[in-house]
Design a protein around this ligand. Structure first.
Ligand code: 13P
Length: 340
């Protein structure tokens, strides 16, 4: 375990004014995103699309790291350079999704546990050789009548902690992502309660498995109203509730917190991050690790056409720029009008 490398990687991931691009959609998730814009989900199209994002000129100004998928870390640019090597050459840290997805949790109807611990030590050793310096594991927590159960929180926290320990052993910084889903008709108060319980369970498990919080990055979901709740909390309320929960649960020793977008609109994800990052006296830097909120505009512009690549890159560059400003509390809605 190279603790100096772990510290260096974690600091680079949350460097000021930058954030992380999540480009680790599984082939199944890619299938539904591509279908929505009429692009066949072939391996070559997935490579071409990821290449479009990664080779966007100047993106290293705003992007500190990219989360790759197993297929993607083995793919190359049009010029034949492995993606991980290409990104590292631009000063962007390559990362890798290592979980094998959320599967139904036995005896807990409606709940899931993330799998992928078996053989993980060997897979991490290979990913390190392929250039990955951080990893991601996503747990999903659903809110509903009687949900989440203690079993669901406990099982997912345990898996996140075992994953994080294996990553640190392999000198790879673990991103732990316990995502509280926004689907449902629950209130923002209920989301706050569940987010707090989820993070408490997660950090208790990290401590139980000797994981050093100095070398962990939390990928958090924001405290928002359930998608179908009649009252949708505003930007300031989301920011206040989210930061309150994080302050209660996340050790100050942790190098940083990144957020997922979770199905929020592009602008909402930017506005929420901006409101939180503008708060004074936080013990950790806050930034983004978005997939949809960084990629939606680019994917809709690209639509699988080579002729649209430059315009799609422009759209991606713009969202990355806006979120990089938001991570410093410097974003304003007027800045969106300067888009293409
Ligand atoms: P979204 O930003 O689209 O929620 O994706 C982030 C992510 O990496 C989910 O695991």
């Amino acid at each position: 375990m190279d603790t100096q490398l772990l510290s260096k990687t974690a600091a680079a991931m949350v460097a000021k004014g930058k954030g992380i691009l999540a480009a680790d959609e599984s082939s199944g998730t890619c299938e539904s995103r591509f279908r929505a814009v009429g692009v066949p989900c072939t391996e070559e199209n997935r490579r071409a699309y990821r290449g479009l994002l990664f080779t966007t000129p100047g993106i290293e100004r705003f992007i500190s790291g990219v989360i790759l998928y197993d297929e993607t870390i083995r793919q190359k640019t049009d010029d034949g350079v492995p993606f991980a090597e290409y990104l590292a050459g631009k000063g962007i840290v390559p990362g890798i999704k290592v979980d094998k997805g959320a599967k139904p949790l036995a005896l807990c109807p409606g709940e899931k546990v993330t799998e992928g611990l078996d053989g993980l030590r060997e897979r991490l050793a290979e990913y390190f050789k392929l250039g990955a310096r951080f990893a991601k594991w996503r747990a999903v927590i659903a809110i509903g009548a009687g949900l989440p159960t203690h079993a669901c929180l406990y099982a997912n926290a345990h898996a996140l902690a075992r994953y994080a320990a294996l990553c640190q052993e392999a000198s790879i910084v673990p991103i732990i992502e316990p995502e509280v889903l926004l689907d449902g008709a629950h209130s923002v108060e209920r989301c706050e309660e569940v987010t707090e319980a989820t993070l408490r369970a997660t950090y208790a498990a990290l401590a139980a498995y000797n994981v050093a919080v100095e070398h962990v990055i939390l990928k958090a979901s924001m405290v928002v109203s359930g998608k179908d709740h009649p009252r949708q909390a505003g930007v300031e309320e989301v920011a206040e509730r989210t930061v309150r929960v994080l302050k209660r649960t996340v050790p100050a020793a942790q190098p940083g917190i990144v957020f997922l977008s979770g199905g929020q609109s592009d602008i909402a994800a930017t506005a929420h991050l901006n409101a939180m990052a503008a708060m004074k006296g936080l013990p950790w830097p806050l930034t983004f690790s978005y997939s949809r909120a960084l990629q939606n505009a680019a994917l809709q512009t690209w639509r699988g056409e080579a002729a649209n690549v430059a315009a799609a890159q422009k759209a991606f560059y713009h969202r990355a720029h806006m979120n990089a400003l938001a991570a410093q509390g410097k974003w304003k809605p007027e800045l969106e009008k300067q888009a293409a």
